[in-house]
Design a protein around this ligand. Structure first.
Ligand code: MN
Ligand code: MN
Length: 322
């Protein structure tokens, strides 16, 4: 049972539109706080979108996601998991980026996540664009390469953009494989679709053994069958989960920079995460929510709902590891 300090403020005690919006109404415990040693799962904001190649805005994601996350209640209606009772969860605040210097931001992120790992905390990050995942993996993969289950309409495996730029939100997992942060044989990318200039990213995936599950295969086989294969690919070893909101059809998640039609609905968006039960997860992220393109706030609401499903999976895994 979790320490009472780490129970989120209930909407029965204080209405959900009132108070300071931390992630899921959890206490704020930053890395230099003495209580940090009690925290098992840290919810972290990554307000940074300098890797964006087209429509910007995910730097505003964490604030909007914190606000909408006050709608989240304590129990999962589908699985029965009550994550806040399993382990101590806290809002760790934001990673401070340098919006004027991409390379400095990469260093700041890596240092932050190395401290999170050193403190024994499993991170659940709200992006930010997808380049955020690279320095997170640099911080987390210090004991060896991780497996990864990646939901996205894009592979983010390109070599470079704009005449040689190596660090964009279209390249993080190419770098992560090159740097030995990911074991490509234990990586599966689900939901890939859309138009493309070339097949350089997919050729790379096949050359190193990354499993691509295109959206056509996803719909032909269904969620349960696809996710059973994903669990088999990553096996029992440590695995990261990266979730780009553009995995979901833009009818349900229009507030993102690079939408692709013909994707999963909001129910399937939650279902795929529930199928991660039993995976040895060591961290997760939800990226690419762009509030300037999210007029209704519905994309952020779906984003925090996915984050809650991820939290249920993380809390179950952390509790099982003891
Ligand atoms: Mn992505
Ligand atoms: Mn994407």
């Amino acid at each position: 049972m979790s320490n009472p300090f780490y129970q989120p403020v209930s909407g029965m005690d204080l209405p959900r539109f009132a108070g300071i919006p931390t992630f899921m109404r959890l206490p704020l415990v930053q890395l230099d706080d003495p209580r940090i040693s009690e925290v098992a799962i840290g919810l972290i904001g990554a307000p940074w979108d300098t890797g964006t190649t087209n429509r910007p805005g995910p730097r505003h994601g964490p604030r909007q996601l914190r606000d909408l996350s006050t709608m989240i209640r304590a129990g999962n209606g589908a699985t029965g998991v009550r994550p806040f009772e399993l382990v101590n969860c806290a809002d760790l605040g934001d990673v401070p980026p340098n919006p004027a210097d991409l390379m400095d931001s990469l260093e700041r992120f890596k240092a932050f996540y190395a401290r999170v790992k050193q403190a024994g905390i499993v991170p659940l990050t709200a992006g930010g664009d997808h380049l955020c995942s690279l320095p997170i993996l640099r911080g987390l993969a210090s004991d060896g390469p991780l497996g990864m289950i990646h939901f996205d309409s894009h592979t983010d495996l390109f070599h470079s953009y704009f005449n040689g730029s190596m660090y964009t939100h279209g390249t993080p997992f190419r770098r992560a494989v090159e740097e030995g942060l990911l074991d490509p044989k234990r990586v599966v990318q689900i939901g890939i679709r859309g138009t493309s200039y070339d097949t350089e990213d997919k050729d790379f995936a096949r050359s190193v053994g990354i499993r691509l599950i295109m959206i056509e295969e996803f719909f032909a086989r269904g969620v349960k069958d696809v996710m059973a294969e994903a669990r088999e690919i990553v096996g029992a070893e440590p695995t990261y989960v990266s979730y780009d909101i553009d995995f979901v059809d833009p009818a349900f998640a229009p507030g993102t920079g690079t939408p692709e039609v013909g994707g999963p609905n909001s129910f399937q968006a939650l279902q795929v995460v529930r199928e991660l039960d039993g995976v040895n997860v060591v961290g997760a992220d939800l990226v690419e929510v762009s509030p300037p393109f999210d007029a209704s706030g519905g994309t952020a609401w779906l984003g925090v709902s996915i984050m809650f499903e991820l939290l249920c999976i993380l809390a179950t895994a952390v509790a099982a590891r003891g």
